[in-house]
Design a protein around this ligand. Sequence first.
Ligand SMILES: [Zn+2]
Length: 294
Amino acid sequence: MRLNGRRQSDNVEDRRGMSTGAKAGIGGIGGIIVVALITLMSGGSLTDVIGNVVQQQLQSQVQEQPGNGQTEFSEEELQFAEFSKTVLAGTEDVWTEQFQKHGLKYEYPTLVLFTGATSTACGTGQSAMGPFYCSGDQKLYVDLSFFTTMGSSLGVKTDDNTSFAYAYVIAHEVGHHVEYLRGILAKCHQKMSRLNKAEANKLSVKLELLADYYAGCWAHYDDAQYGSLDDNDLEEAIECAQKIGDNYLQEKAQGYSQPETFTHGTSQQRMYWLKKGYETGDWNTTTFEEGDLD
Ligand SMILES: [Zn+2]
């Protein structure tokens, strides 16, 4: 993306180098990065960006402790942090305007950068879960090493450290925040708690695809205003969407996929909704059908 000289958000909490005493037992599945989703706890719900399969109660209340004292970062870590703050500022501008257009106020979420594990209003967050959003504190939690993992474990190819594929990850989490502010997240989680697992998973998929769609919507307006997307950007993000599809991850991990366990949508669905958001930017479009959230 071309973001040079753009504003960086101040709504960032840098907890890198701090560690927690938590030892939450989230393990990998078949060697891919884990993936926990929808932990319904008092104080909010937790929703991740990638993946499927694991439902996990997380320990709450962890004491932050002085960590490894990391204060120096590699060139790549610096770039990813600057990039994330600039993308976050871009989402603040776009969503403020979109909310205003509909007579609503956009409240900024906070981006928390952390390494390893950190406490959240939704329990302990682990970097192994991938980036996630907690509605209990309206914060997005990102361990920037995930961006490196995207290339190594998921095989997402990017031109450089400013690819839209990385922005898509941030914008997807912001998408959950938009769902929260529009009341969709709470309604959906309430409904899910009354359903059996297979039915609840179907709704989870819609929630995730909507966050993908909102990520696309953000890019639609950001690109329109700043011409921020490079030639390869959209393809790289779409390829990323493909590689975090449930069917793709499951096939890679276990050799076959189980559609009834999908929580984030197939590669095709994720690519479709991200692209549709980018093409239209339409506030009124939704992945939910009538009656889904009643
Ligand atoms: Zn998500």
